[in-house]
Design a protein around this ligand. Structure first.
Ligand code: FEO
Ligand code: CA
Ligand code: CA
Ligand code: CA
Length: 598
C-alpha cells in the first residue's frame, strides 16, 4: 500500500521531488509501463519498428512521433477496451535518423516525417488487475492521419478565395494536419486537435499576414519546400491559409474525413476544450500560444442531439460550423501603480478583475457576418490574429491549454511564460500578466457571468503564479507555500473526477525536469500543488489524462537537448543504453490496484 499523506481526495500521494533523472519518476507505491512508442505498428500490414530501416510506408502504419494530446474514449461492446487518440506534434529528425544531415534531408526522410506527423487512433485494452493498458494492433478502428491525408474545411472560410490552391480549386480539401499540440474531447464523441506552430513548415511569405503569423522567408528547418512546392508561399500563396485550425476527428468512423473548422479561427491553436451551455450548445475555449497573443472562445448556435444513433452523430458533427467566435479582453481592478512587474501582490491582495468577450465573426447556415471593421468574415476566420489586434484583445503570456472544471464550471487558462514581457518596447506587466520577463508562467481562473458558458462577461483571478515557492513572486491560490511543490511553465491541463486540476509542464526554468502536478481547486486545500511525476532528460510532459485507476502522460521529445543526435543521445529512455530514444505514452497506476490518490 502506498503511503497516504493528508491531502485533497485524488491527491493523496507522496510528491515526487524535483530531479534530473533520465526516467519517468513516480510516487512510492505506484507502478508504470509504456503503453505505446513511436514506431509501434498499429495498422494491418505495418512492420515492427526498425530504427535502422525506416520507411515512409512503414511509418504511415505505425504510431507517430512526439505524442502530445491524448484522449481515451469508451468502446461500447468491447469489454475492457477504450479508444486512444494521440496527437503527433512534430518531428525531431536529428533524433530519428542516424547520420541525418539537416542541410540535405533525403526525400525518404522527409516523407517519413510527413507520416510521423498527424494523429493516431489505436484501441487499447485494460489489464483487469492493474491500471495498465496495452494496444490492440490491427483493430478496425485503428487509424493514422498524417501530413498528407485528406481533411475537409468547414465554416465561413471553406471554399473562399483565401484557401484555394492550384491542387484544390474548390478550397475545401486539404492534405494533412500539422503540429497538433493539445486538444479536447467533445461530449458528442469526437476529438479536437489544435494545429499550433504551423508557421515553421512554410517559407517565402512576406505579406503582412504571414509576418503576423511568424512565417519567414529563409529555408525552413526541415526543408520540406524542396520536396513539395505547397510549403513555398511564393509558389503556392494560399496553402498556408489551410493550416492553423481546430481539427475534429470522429474516432468511431475510420473512413470519415476529419474536418478543419474555420469558424473557430486560425491561429496557433494550442488546444480546444468544450463546455456545454445549459441548453445544450457547445462552447469551445482555445489559446493562441505566442508571446503577447490572445485566448478565444467559440459559442455554437446549434444544440447537441443526445444519443449515439446515426442521426445524432451526423447532426453533432456540424455543431462547430455555426456560432460566434470571441476574443478575450481583461481589465485589472487594482490601480496600475500597484502592478510593478515583480509579481508583488497588489494592495487588494489579489491579481484579479473583470473581462469581456469581444465578438469577431458569426457563422450561420445562411452565411457569415464579420464584427470587425475592415475585415470580411472569411478574413476574420483566416487572419484571426489581425482581427484580435483590431478588437483590442489582451496580450497574454503565451496562452496554452485551457480547461473548464467539470465540477464548478470555472475555466483555467495556462499561461506558460513570456520572457519578453516588459523587455525593450514590449508591453509591460499588467494585472493579468503581472511579472516582467516572466520565466515560470501562471494560471488564470475565469468565472463566466452567472456561471454560464455563453456569457459575454466574466470575472478572473490568478490561481497560480508559478516558480519556486521560496520566490516571493509565486502564489498558490493562498495556500501556505512551505507545503507545495515547485512548478515552472504550466502547459497542458486536465481535470480528474474529484475536481482537481492536473498540470503538465514544458520548459521547466528551475533547472530540473518537467513533470505533472495535481492541485485542488476548491475546499480548504485549494492551491496545494503536488508533483506526481517527472519525465526523462529533454522531455516535455504532455497529454495528461486522469482516470480513476490510471494517469496517462505523453512523454514528448525525450532527449531533445542541443547537440544531441542518434549517435550522441542525451537520453536513452525508454529502452535503455544502445537503443534509440523514443517518444512514448506512459501509464501509471497504484500497485494495490486502488484509485489514484485516494
Ligand atoms: Fe505545442 Fe504550446 O505547446
Ligand atoms: Ca486586484
Ligand atoms: Ca503544449
Ligand atoms: Ca508547449
Amino acid at each position: 500500500k502506498p503511503p497516504k499523506p493528508k491531502a485533497a481526495r485524488g491527491l493523496r500521494f507522496t510528491p515526487v521531488a524535483p530531479n534530473t533523472r533520465d526516467a519517468v519518476v513516480i510516487p512510492d507505491g505506484y507502478r508504470q509501463d509504456v503503453v505505446i512508442r513511436w514506431g509501434d505498428p498499429i495498422l494491418r500490414g505495418a512492420p515492427a519498428f526498425d530504427p535502422e530501416r525506416q520507411t515512409a510506408r512503414a511509418q504511415a502504419g505505425q504510431f507517430g512521433y512526439n505524442n502530445d494530446f491524448l484522449a481515451l474514449l469508451p468502446l461500447p461492446g468491447e469489454r475492457g477496451r477504450q479508444v486512444l487518440v494521440a496527437n503527433h506534434e512534430y518531428t525531431d529528425e536529428v533524433l530519428m535518423f542516424r547520420g541525418y544531415d539537416p542541410e540535405n534531408p533525403t526525400r525518404e526522410q522527409v516523407e517519413i516525417a510527413w507520416a510521423a506527423h498527424g494523429l493516431s487512433t489505436v484501441v487499447v485494452e485494460e489489464d483487469r488487475r492493474t491500471g495498465n493498458l496495452t494496444p490492440v494492433p490491427r483493430h478496425p478502428l485503428n487509424r493514422r492521419s498524417t501530413a498528407t491525408s485528406e481533411f475537409r474545411l468547414t465554416g465561413p472560410a471553406a471554399g473562399s478565395a483565401l484557401v484555394k490552391t492550384s491542387a484544390d480549386r474548390t478550397g475545401t480539401t486539404v492534405l494533412g494536419t500539422l503540429n497538433n499540440c493539445s486538444g479536447g474531447t467533445t461530449p458528442w464523441g469526437t476529438t479536437l486537435h489544435g494545429e499550433e506552430n504551423f508557421n515553421q513548415y512554410f517559407t517565402g511569405g512576406d505579406r503582412a499576414t504571414d509576418k503576423r503569423y511568424g512565417i519567414g522567408t529563409g529555408a525552413t528547418e526541415r526543408k520540406w519546400e524542396r520536396f513539395d512546392k505547397r510549403f513555398d508561399i511564393a509558389r503556392e500563396p494560399n496553402e498556408v491559409h489551410r493550416f492553423g485550425y481546430v481539427v475534429e476527428l470522429d474516432p468511431y468512423d475510420p473512413t470519415s474525413t476529419p474536418r478543419k473548422h474555420t469558424a473557430l479561427g486560425r491561429f496557433k491553436h494550442e488546444a480546444a476544450t468544450v463546455r456545454m451551455t445549459r441548453d445544450g450548445r457547445p462552447v469551445v475555449y482555445s489559446g493562441d500560444d505566442e508571446r503577447f497573443d490572445y485566448f478565444y472562445k467559440f459559442v455554437g448556435s446549434k444544440r447537441m442531439m443526445p444519443g449515439t444513433g446515426r442521426a445524432a452523430r451526423r447532426h453533432n458533427l456540424t455543431l462547430l460550423e455555426e456560432g460566434t467566435l470571441y476574443v478575450a479582453k481583461l481589465t485589472g481592478d487594482s490601480p496600475a501603480g500597484d502592478i510593478d512587474g515583480t509579481g508583488k501582490l497588489p494592495r487588494d491582495g489579489e491579481f484579479d478583475g473583470s473581462g469581456r468577450w469581444i465578438p469577431l465573426v458569426t457563422a450561420t447556415a445562411r452565411g457569415a457576418v464579420s464584427h470587425v471593421a475592415g475585415m470580411t468574415a472569411e478574413e476574420v476566420c483566416v487572419f484571426t490574429r489581425l482581427a484580435g489586434d483590431k478588437a483590442g484583445a489582451t496580450k497574454m503570456d503565451r496562452p496554452e491549454d485551457i480547461e473548464p472544471s467539470p465540477r464548478t464550471g470555472k475555466v483555467y487558462v495556462a499561461l506558460t511564460n513570456n520572457t519578453n514581457r516588459g523587455v525593450g518596447s514590449n508591453p509591460a506587466a499588467d494585472e493579468a500578466n503581472p511579472r516582467n520577463a516572466n520565466k515560470h508562467g501562471h494560471i488564470l481562473e475565469l468565472t463566466e457571468r452567472g456561471n454560464k458558458a455563453e456569457s459575454l462577461t466574466f470575472a478572473w483571478s490568478l490561481f497560480l503564479v508559478a516558480g519556486d515557492p521560496k520566490d516571493p513572486s509565486t502564489y498558490f491560490a493562498g495556500f501556505p507555500k512551505d507545503a507545495v511543490s515547485p512548478i515552472s511553465c504550466p502547459d497542458n491541463v486536465a481535470f480528474d473526477d474529484h475536481g482537481n486540476l492536473w498540470i503538465s509542464t514544458d520548459g521547466n526554468a528551475l533547472g530540473t525536469h518537467d513533470g505533472l502536478f495535481g492541485v485542488a481547486t476548491t475546499g480548504s486545500r485549494r492551491g496545494e500543488l503536488k508533483q506526481f511525476l517527472t519525465v526523462p532528460t529533454g522531455a516535455e510532459t504532455c497529454g495528461p489524462l486522469i482516470q480513476d485507476r490510471r494517469v496517462l502522460v505523453a512523454v514528448q521529445h525525450p532527449g531533445e537537448v542541443d547537440g544531441a543526435s542518434v549517435e550522441k543521445p542525451a537520453s536513452t529512455w525508454p529502452d535503455g543504453p544502445g537503443r534509440i530514444v523514443r517518444p512514448a505514452v506512459v501509464v501509471v497506476w497504484r500497485a494495490d490496484g486502488a484509485d489514484i490518490g485516494v
